[in-house]
Design a protein around this ligand. Structure first.
Ligand SMILES: [Zn+2]
Length: 322
């Protein structure tokens, strides 16, 4: 009986020791961190208020940004738009000062558009000489009025498209070709005979197209109608100009049911509409219902679901994450 009681009290003693041990460990580990953070955050709050933000704004900024970013905010002009901008889905911190200056210069543009336009470099001069398309990205390569390809760039694995799907001498990359055939078959099943009338274009042939437009319409108009050599997505071997057998006019294709079919289904095969209507200010091109770009199913789905252009996708999901 005595032995048992002794045993019990030893067990109680041990439990108390363990509890004390665990408790001390917790206080040392988390208590210190908790108090440190409290003091730390208060420091940032007072620094931000001293810098010119209201207390409310300072609290919000601390919630939105980590210390490194708060340090950057503290060395720049205080601006309450930072909070509004940071809450947007495609906000990129590195673009902050450009967002603010674009917003200041274009006060009628919506905050969502400010983000989209600056992310896609539309606040900068077009045709820069210091930006090159990253050719290692294969099917997610970006070519637009900012990122260009060198004169000697020829995509790997170009294959000639069969006359069943295209007019003579059309080429795309083998992966895009396979995806297109799958899409063609489904479209055919649904009643639409797709036909490609332009695809891969070399630098030299794009130069010919561009120079011809300049000769005919002058530089300003030519810029609207054709890409400068090196700046054409057709040089990637991933872009196709596609129509339907019974509707092959650039002026009417956008009203065709085949176009509606493409809008609803092309992403399932990895193709996206590259220059959609209403996004001209972002892509830099007038709407081209016939110009589709292969990016693969994964990227195409995001672009379709989020209703963004490839330029926006690239800025946020590729360049920003690199
Ligand atoms: Zn095209």
């Amino acid at each position: 009986m005595k032995r048992l009681r002794l045993k019990k009290s030893v067990i109680h003693f041990l439990i108390i020791i363990i509890c004390l041990g665990v408790g001390t460990w917790f206080i040392l580990n988390y208590g210190q961190k908790f108090f440190q953070e409290k003091i730390y955050k208060n420091n940032y709050e007072s620094d931000l208020v001293e810098h010119g933000f209201t207390t409310e704004e300072a609290k919000e900024l601390i919630k939105l940004f980590d210390d490194d970013k708060l340090d950057v905010i503290l060395i720049n002009e205080p601006n309450s738009k930072i909070i509004e901008l940071a809450k947007e889905k495609y906000f990129i911190f590195d673009n902050l000062s450009r967002y603010i200056s674009y917003y200041d210069n274009n006060p009628t543009v919506s905050i969502k558009d400010v983000i989209a336009l600056v992310n896609t470099k539309n606040d900068l001069e077009k045709y820069p000489t210091d930006l090159a398309s990253d050719t290692s990205l294969n099917k997610s390569i970006l070519v637009n009025k900012y990122y260009s390809l060198p004169e000697d760039y020829i995509p790997e694995n170009l294959v000639t498209i069969s006359n069943s799907y295209a007019y003579d001498d059309n080429k795309v990359t083998s992966e895009a070709y396979e995806a297109f055939i799958n899409m063609w078959n489904k479209a055919n099943e649904d009643g639409w005979k797709l036909i490609i009338n332009s695809s891969y274009r070399s630098y030299a042939s794009q130069k010919e197209v561009y120079d011809d437009y300049v000769k005919r319409y002058g530089t300003t108009k030519a810029e609207e109608l054709a890409a400068r050599p090196g700046f054409s997505e057709h040089q990637t071997g991933l872009a196709i100009d596609v129509f339907e057998m019974n509707n092959q006019l650039t002026s009417t294709f956008k009203d065709s049911e085949a176009y509606t079919w493409l809008k609803e289904n092309a992403y399932l095969y990895g193709f996206i509409e590259r220059y959609p209507e209403g996004k001209e200010n972002i892509t830099g091109y007038s709407a081209e219902a016939w110009h589709w770009r292969y990016v693969g199913e994964k990227i195409a789905k995001v672009i379709h679901d989020e209703d963004i252009t490839f330029d926006e996708y690239y800025a946020y999901y590729i360049e920003n994450q690199a």
